[in-house]
Design a protein around this ligand. Structure first.
Ligand SMILES: O=C(O)[C@@H](COP(=O)(O)O)OP(=O)(O)O
Length: 258
């Protein structure tokens, strides 16, 4: 029997989603379309009568901005928003900033698919010579984490995302759900995929074909042990959602940049 409702949301489209670049820990804001996606998401949730008690976000602006826009559109701006680096997007290492379609041209679509969707392959790590290294590691937000800056990741597989996310899920999110609070997690494609893998018991192989489009809320209905009692529901127009999923998948197809 369904006891709890949990909502997962990949932020609205970010500036680098539009440019098809690996964004990861670079702090890009939402694009104009991304702002609209977040507002539409909030309107849809309001129309369907949902009410949140608590929102969790990463410490990247695109997930925070999305949470704010959703709450504003729902008229629930007062709902507390709690942030943690543990919900950040997967750290894409040295791939950060690169264009997926160009990478597919250079390395082949299969390789890009492995980098993006395999469960336990870690991309090459970022180092000091990378153009975005200082922007990321000199950012004040990373002095607020519950691990010293030197121990923050330099690249992550999806498995490593789950390893850093699960302690937070267990210690901070689960107790709130168990108190009966309706929680929204406004995060990223891969931090949400990692959590979905865990909650739904998806195999290492099958998680490769789970794709989350931007700005689409995912509703999970959970039993008293926080196990899903029915398949996840992606809320909204199903034809549009399928088209948005295909668009994310096609980002890894080889294409010279224009
Ligand atoms: O880091 C990024 O560019 C995307 C995910 O990229 P893919 O895994 O889909 O390549 O993350 P998000 O837009 O959800 O923050």
């Amino acid at each position: 029997m369904s006891k709890y409702k949990l909502f997962l949301l990949r932020h609205g489209e970010g500036a680098w989603n539009k440019e098809n670049r690996f964004c990861s820990w670079v702090d890009q804001k939402l694009s104009k379309d991304g702002v609209k996606e977040a507002q539409d998401c909030g309107r849809l949730l309001k129309e369907q009568g949902y009410k949140f008690d608590l929102v969790f976000t990463s410490i990247l602006s695109r997930s925070i901005q999305t949470a704010w826009l959703v709450l504003e559109a729902m008229g629930q701006e007062w709902v507390p928003v709690v942030k943690s680096w543990r919900l950040n997007e997967r750290h894409y290492g040295s791939l950060i900033g690169l264009n997926r379609a160009e990478m597919a041209l250079q390395h082949g679509e299969e390789k890009v698919k492995l980098w993006r969707r395999s469960y336990d392959i870690t991309p090459p790590p970022i180092d000091e010579s990378h153009p975005y290294f200082l922007e990321i590691y000199n950012d004040r937000r990373y002095t607020t984490c519950d691990v010293p800056k030197e121990n923050l990741p330099r690249a992550e597989s999806l498995k490593e995302v789950l390893d850093r996310l699960l302690p937070y899920w267990g210690s901070t999110v689960v107790p709130e759900i168990r108190k009966g609070r309706t929680v929204l997690i406004s995060a990223h494609g891969n931090s949400c995929r990692a959590l979905l893998k865990y909650l739904e018991g998806i195999s290492d192989k099958d998680i490769a074909s789970v794709t989350l489009p931007t700005g689409i809320p995912v509703l999970l209905e959970l039993d008293e042990n926080l196990k899903p009692v029915k398949p996840r529901q992606l809320l909204g127009d199903q034809a549009k959602i399928q088209a948005a999923i295909r668009k994310v998948e096609d980002q890894g197809k080889a294409k010279p940049s224009t």
